[in-house]
Ligand binder design. Structure first.
Ligand code: GLC
Length: 817
């Protein structure tokens, strides 16, 4: 069944029923101030940190129809013969979002836009058009509400925006039901025009701030105490708050308890066909008094319209870096709009706040491995923001070259992740630090900013005064990363696993080795060698190539199993991922990454990728391994806590899929690369979402595998490394347009049936319109290339378009063989 459609013109996905099979969301603002809005108007917000500065209480685990943090109530009643409001008539109370009143809608659309969500709905003949967004750079969420009386009769209309606050400490809110309510207080500030600002505060150890709810219109009453709002000692419900039956709210200033903000706006008598507009703002300031002048500014509709236009401009600019036109609409929707948008979101939020990553614990935050990869997804679109993120990551790298697993973006305190809970296992992750080398090189290839390599950045270790003990150039950080791995090998000479590698859940006893980490190390060395060559350091290049050759030989000596590569050796030297085992015989990551790292060549490369296809492919994507584990095994760790087919236990963990696309492109297998792309493309699944359940406009992290009874069910949408890698695979490998030190490489691997495609790409300030013609349907192998009519050299079937002056525009013509 369909639950909506892509509107590429408006760059929106239009959800056409509130009853989606799972809650679907959209992001507004950024981690500086923002959060998500769900498909029925609920949502949460935070400023800087979802765990320690959360504003709205949103309990994701309650049923979909329950109130979730924010809503708007509307109520109306007919006008009596005399023309005066008919006080004998009861109010008809409903929410134009559907939740939490669950009234039958006449029409309903939730338009998931870029940085905003727009609801266009009709209930009881009343039309609503509501836009929710965070103006760029602002600490406030705007809800711009328009209501129109389409009933054909005069009526009286009231609007009541409501928010439920959480304690700033989002986890405390759920674990301490005495201290928290004792500390929460609200007060109301009125002005001479009858407008009210509700201020909500709790003292934070890190300095107090206040949340405020205000609107553009006068409010005749308000409520800040949930118990009074719902009524009947809280036996009133969110679907039918008793206080909304009375003419006015109780106007209580809560001095403890569950704090809410509710403003009563009597919009007055609405003639048939007449409209009203109300703008609410929910924000945070040091004190609400400080914020009053700003609040006043945002009551102005012109200000709000200007901010909305500014948001659209930001996104036009962001997306204009790469525009594609191919024969496949579901590919174009993803590559032109939704995939780069998801890359923006993952870069911003890492794995910090979603419906699945609840962002509660103060020990969570930005993941080293995740953010390194996320940065790769946005380098072309926002190079300087990517660099800032890379600098933060480098500053939590240790002096020995390994990295802390995650950090809190506000305090910059880093932690070791889940490994700290297992005292008997190593505490570092063997792959984390290696990703940064890939990310830094991607940044320099894209921007040409080689000066960044000599920028000094501190390592994580601090002295007693909190001063970093040592700083080094970015290049040295990367050198230490690979040196750490080179010096940390086990009995086969392969990198030791640490607590885990990319797969967080395979936690083997100390002394185990990881073939994947060996390959990632190899890939990092290839990157460093290419970088050294491009920056004129042949000595370094040959060192990195020698290290690469050394590990390549070891992997080829000990990890080839006949048809595929082994994935791990445990502490006893027993292989995991071998035909000799009963379970977990074939794993995807050691196949894909042995190709990406150049360790697998020729027949082995083809054979291992054929094994991926034979043993791991399903019509819903590639599984992590096969066959699944069946029951808890402390020797394997977390992976065995999942039932067969779920998540890391042989599920379709989407993040690993684009790596197979990259690997197939590298060995020239365009058709299989395309098949792998399209079978996980959520936009291509829009007409059959009943089993998939999650948003068709973003990649989820996991889909249940075919050993699970609910094969095909997606979960953990939005915050997944799939976004970055699907985007890289689609643009750099399938379309084959990628940044390199010397220019823009064009080297497609597309289905022959396409017969061509067009890419408009901005690269280092110049714009290139690349037209690829493929009259014979070869799908790959550049035969002819020119820029502005001048022929370009072809090397190994690919062309490199030279870097042209910033601000200029160029026509690039490519013909495949
Ligand atoms: C989660 C983690 C990521 C890890 C993956 C596989 O997505 O955020 O870091 O690589 O799981 O275990």
């Amino acid at each position: 069944m369909e639950y909506g459609r892509f509107d590429d013109e408006a760059k929106e996905y239009v959800i056409t029923t509130p009853r989606t099979p799972a809650k679907w969301i959209n992001y507004v603002g950024t981690l500086d101030f923002g959060g998500f809005v769900d498909s029925t108007g609920g949502g949460t917000l935070c400023k800087g940190d979802p765990s320690l500065n959360r504003i709205v209480k949103y309990i994701a685990q309650t049923p979909a129809g329950d109130f979730k943090g924010q809503t708007l109530y509307a109520r109306f009643r007919p006008i009596a013969e005399s023309g005066a409001p008919d006080r004998r008539e009861a109010w008809r109370v409903f929410s134009p979002f559907y939740v939490p009143t669950l009234d039958q809608w006449e029409s309903w659309e939730c338009r998931v836009g870029l940085g905003y969500t727009r609801f266009v709905t009709r209930f009881y003949g009343l039309d609503f058009d509501i836009r929710i967004f965070v103006p760029r750079g602002e600490s406030r969420e705007i809800r711009d509400i328009r209501a129109r009386n389409s009933t054909g009769r005069k009526l009286e209309l009231d609007l009541v925006p409501v928010v439920e606050y959480t304690h700033f400490d989002a986890l405390k809110q759920l674990t301490n039901a005495d201290w928290v309510p004792q500390t929460m207080q609200s007060r109301a500030l009125g002005d001479e025009r009858g407008r009210i600002v509700l201020a909500q505060c709790a003292y934070m150890k890190r300095g107090t701030s206040e949340n405020f709810l205000a609107s553009s219109a006068p409010a005749s009453s308000f409520e800040t105490d949930r118990k009074r709002f719902l009524g009947a000692n809280e036996y009133g419900t969110w679907s039918r708050p008793q206080s909304l039956d009375a003419e006015e709210l109780g106007s209580h200033e809560a001095c403890r308890g569950d704090n809410i903000g509710a403003l009563m706006h009597r919009m007055g008598v609405l003639e048939a066909g007449a409209s009203v507009r109300l703008v609410t703002q929910l924000g945070q300031a040091r004190t609400t008094e400080d914020a009053l002048a700003d609040i006043e500014r945002w009551r102005d509709f012109g200000q709000v319209d200007g901010a909305f236009a500014d948001l659209a401009r930001f996104w036009d600019e962001y997306l204009s870096v790469m525009r594609v036109e191919t024969p496949i609409p579901s590919f174009d929707s993803m590559v032109n709009v939704h995939n780069p948008r998801q890359c923006f979101v993952t870069k911003n939020w890492s794995r910090y706040l979603s419906l699945y990553q609840l962002g509660l614990g103060a020990d969570r935050g930005i993941g080293f491995r995740d953010s390194s990869q996320d940065a790769m997804g946005v380098v072309a679109h926002m190079g300087s923001e990517a660099r800032e993120l890379l600098e933060k990551l480098l500053s939590v790298q240790r002096r020995d070259g390994s990295a802390m697993h995650q950090f809190n973006p506000v305090t910059m305190v880093a932690t070791e992740g889940d490994s700290a809970e297992y005292p008997d296992r190593p505490h570092y992750y063997s792959d984390d630090h290696l990703w940064i080398a890939l990310a830094v090189c991607a940044y320099v290839r894209e921007t040409g900013d080689a000066a960044f390599l000599s920028k000094k950045i501190p390592y994580y270790e601090k002295d007693a005064k909190g001063k970093p003990r040592e700083s080094a150039a970015v290049l040295e950080h990367m050198a230490r990363a690979v040196s750490f791995t080179r010096g940390d090998v086990g009995q086969h000479g392969l990198p030791r696993l640490g607590f885990a590698d990319w797969n967080d859940t395979v936690n083997l006893r100390s002394g185990a080795e990881s073939v994947f980490t060996a390959c990632l190390y190899g890939a990092a060395l290839l990157e460093l060698a290419a970088l050294a060559e491009a920056t004129g350091d042949p000595k370094a290049a040959s060192r990195w190539r020698a290290w690469h050759a050394e590990m390549k030989a070891r992997v080829n000596d000990c990890a080839w199993d006949g048809e595929w590569w082994i994935r791990y050796f445990d502490a006893d030297g027993t292989p995991i991922g071998s035909r000799s085992a009963e379970r977990a015989r074939v794993w995807i990551n050691s196949q894909t990454w042995s190709v990406i790292s150049g360790f697998a060549e020729g027949a082995r490369a083809r054979k291992c990728m054929d094994s991926v296809y034979r043993y791991l492919n399903t019509e819903r994507g590639l599984k992590l391994f096969w066959p699944c584990y069946d029951g808890y095994d402390p020797a394997k760790g977390g992976v065995t806590t999942y039932p067969p087919g779920a998540k890391e236990n042989g599920g379709i963990f989407l993040h690993a899929n684009p790596w197979a696309i990259v690997a197939e492109c590298l060995i020239g297998n365009s058709d299989r690369a395309w098949r792998y792309y399209q079978q996980i493309n959520p936009a291509a699944r829009n007409d059959s979402l009943d089993s998939f359940e999650v948003e068709p406009y973003v990649y989820p992290q996991n889909v249940l595998g075919d050993e699970h009874p609910q094969f095909g069910l997606g979960r953990n949408s939005w915050l997944s490394g799939t976004a970055s890698w699907a985007y890289q695979a689609a643009t750099q490998r399938i379309l084959g347009v990628r940044a390199d030190y010397a220019g823009l490489v064009v080297d497609p691997r597309v289905p022959g049936a396409w017969k061509g495609f067009t890419v408009v790409r901005r690269f280092r300030g110049a714009t290139y319109r690349v037209r690829v013609l493929d009259p014979r349907g070869a799908g790959k192998g550049v035969a002819k290339a020119s820029i502005d009519g001048r022929a370009l050299e072809i090397e190994d079937g690919s062309a490199t378009v030279p870097v042209m002056p910033a601000g200029t525009a160029h026509e690039v013509e490519i013909e495949l063989q």
